[in-house]
Ligand binder design. Structure first.
Ligand code: ZN
Length: 188
């Protein structure tokens, strides 16, 4: 089962703090492989384990830096330090964020411009990545998932009410909803 169903907002696993990984074995390797394949098929620029129903502190990401350098990897048991949070209101064009667990929607949200991600990889080697701009945003978004926070939880008005309206209208916000990347329709 390489491509896994993605949980939609309302599924309790998305709203629960995830647990540290303590066992680094083949099943962890398989899980991370499935996460990469699910992210690629979706497609997305990041995917956290709770989004596929696994309550562990892991996320994968895939993003080309501004200079074109591909950034693709996994981080396990991460911490995140953030810097330079802009003042003012979120911009509809440049700050609009999306989430595979709120599929097809985008809402603007202010995020820090810089972030330092620390954690380990599958071999338990240390990972430390400094990110700026959209790459820093991806880290903040995925890190939030590990603490049971979705980006829509962070929205301010009028975007907060708009997101709540859309989620209700689509019948989301309850347990058991998933969608499978590669399939045309949302699964109920
Ligand atoms: Zn997300």
């Amino acid at each position: 089962m390489p491509i896994r169903p993605i949980c939609i907002t309302g599924n309790p696993v998305l709203h629960t703090k995830a647990q540290d990984v303590t066992v680094f074995d083949d099943s962890l390797r398989q899980l991370v492989q499935d996460m990469y394949e699910t992210m690629d098929e979706a497609p997305g620029v990041g995917l956290a384990a709770p989004q596929i129903g696994v309550n562990l502190r892991i996320f994968v990401y895939d993003w080309d830096a501004e200079d074109g350098t591909p950034q693709r990897g996994v981080v396990i048991n991460p911490s995140l330090e953030i810097f330079d949070i802009p003042e003012g209101e979120a911009d509809l064009d440049s700050d609009s964020e999306g989430c595979l667990s709120v599929p097809g929607e985008r809402f603007p949200l202010i995020r820090a411009d810089k972030a330092i991600l620390r954690g380990v990889d599958l071999e338990q080697n240390p990972v430390q990545i400094e990110a700026e701009g959209w790459f820093a945003r991806i880290f903040q978004h995925e890190f939030d998932h590990l603490n049971g926070t979705l980006y829509v939880d962070r929205l301010v008005e009028p975007h907060k009410s708009e997101s709540e309206r859309v989620i209700a209208e689509r019948g989301w916000g309850k347990d058991g909803l998933t969608w499978l990347p590669g399939e045309e329709k949302l699964e109920g």
